[in-house]
Design a protein around this ligand. Structure first.
Ligand SMILES: Cc1cc2nc3c(=O)[nH]c(=O)nc-3n(C[C@H](O)[C@H](O)[C@H](O)COP(=O)(O)OP(=O)(O)OC[C@H]3O[C@@H](n4cnc5c(N)ncnc54)[C@H](O)[C@@H]3O)c2cc1C
Length: 338
């Protein structure tokens, strides 16, 4: 590890929507931020899992695509010149003898007066179906998320899974693909009733083939080129589905990763916080967004935005002890640096 450490007021762990907005809230109070993310781009779940999906519950935006929301948040944070360290997983956060914290990745260390953990579901990754040799097809013909719907235009695709993601993508990709086959181990889908009704309508019209109750059994082809997906029923029978791509939606593995070892009080894979400040069990370490837990917590982007404001105000006196913080509207003070 490079032991030349840098200094910042606030280290933000996670560049998802909530971590990005925390840069703005801290910036408005004159606090400088360094933002870490394990992924090589900002945006968290919005960028990695559903960039082209419209979000309908962001205040002031009746409809905004997830990727566009991330662009707006980056723009809003930009006047405060945050230091981004993307592609850097924070492995360790330790209290420093003189106060504050040392935040360490495999490559670098940053000293911060306070830490905001905005790490979502932690080091997230898709649940991979247990198919022999699947890794060799990944990225070319096997996918766990859709970053660009157009990439599937004219292709024959198998979608596996029975939840919202599987059903939503089947509906959306039916518009651009040559063929959609939907494999699920039960006849019933666990998605929003409206979406299931639309899926059944498209199946009745022959635009989507429902392959149920079946489960994935094997991949056929010369990796990374896929020729067919073999599926099995529960009586020992198999079917061969000719396809160019497999999209498997079996949910996210929720793994807090290194965060679990930082000595913070946890509640069911989330960091327990005091809701009026979002401070964790360790003075000076805060948690906001999906990773924060308190009674009544709603895992929504807008909730995380409000938590970012609470945390920034609670951090100010830690960075500037004894200095009075006068609450001001943004309309009164403008955006410093703009
Ligand atoms: C398909 C889908 C649709 C959704 N639709 C909506 C919706 O309509 N409205 C809504 O409000 N919400 C929606 N959500 C939920 C919303 O995306 C989340 O609430 C939001 O992304 C949480 O933001 P966050 O910044 O807290 O965490 P995340 O977006 O999860 O970002 C956390 C980031 O932290 C990083 N990280 C984790 N651990 C470390 C570490 N140790 N070091 C460095 N980086 C780390 C991760 O790589 C990740 O980039 C949806 C979610 C999904 C999956």
């Amino acid at each position: 590890m490079n032991d030349v450490s840098q200094r910042t007021d606030v280290a933000i762990i996670g560049a998802g929507p909530v971590g990005l907005f925390a840069v703005f809230e801290c910036g408005m109070l004159g606090l400088r931020c360094t933002v870490f993310d394990a992924l090589d781009r900002a945006g968290g779940q919005c960028a990695a899992l559903y960039p082209e999906k419209p979000i309908y519950d962001i205040p002031g935006y009746p409809r905004i695509e997830a990727a566009a929301l991330i662009e707006r948040l980056e723009e809003q944070a930009a006047p405060f010149a945050p230091v981004y360290r993307l592609g850097h997983t924070v492995e360790r956060v330790a209290a420093r003898p003189g106060g504050g914290f040392r935040v360490e990745t495999a490559e670098a260390a940053v000293d911060a007066r306070a830490v905001i953990v905005a790490a979502g579901v932690g080091a997230f990754g898709p649940n991979r179906p247990p198919l022999s040799g699947i890794e060799a097809f990944e990225g070319e013909s096997v996918f766990y998320l859709v970053t660009r719907r157009e990439a599937f235009r004219g292709r024959r695709i198998v979608i596996a899974g029975g939840g919202d993601s599987a059903v939503d993508w089947a509906l959306s990709l039916a518009e651009v693909t040559d063929r959609v086959m939907m494999v699920h181990r039960r006849a019933k889908f666990r998605a929003a009733p409206d979406s299931v009704a639309r899926l059944e309508r498209l199946a009745a019209e022959g635009r989507i083939e429902l392959v149920t109750p079946f489960q994935l059994h094997a991949l056929e082809g010369t990796a990374p080129r896929l020729d067919a997906v073999i599926v099995a029923d529960f009586d020992g029978g198999t079917r061969r589905l000719e396809a160019d791509a497999l999209l498997a939606f079996f949910g996210l593995s929720q793994n807090l990763g290194p965060i679990a070892d930082w000595g913070l009080a946890l509640e069911r894979h989330q960091v327990a916080v005091e809701p009026s400040t979002c401070m964790s069990s360790t003075q000076g370490i805060f948690a906001i967004g999906d990773i924060a837990s308190y009674p009544g917590k709603l895992k929504l982007i807008l909730t995380g935005f409000a938590e970012a404001a609470l945390a920034a105000h609670a951090i100010f006196p830690l960075v500037h002890p004894g200095e009075a913080l006068h609450f001001e509207y943004s309309t009164t003070k403008g955006v410093p640096g703009r």
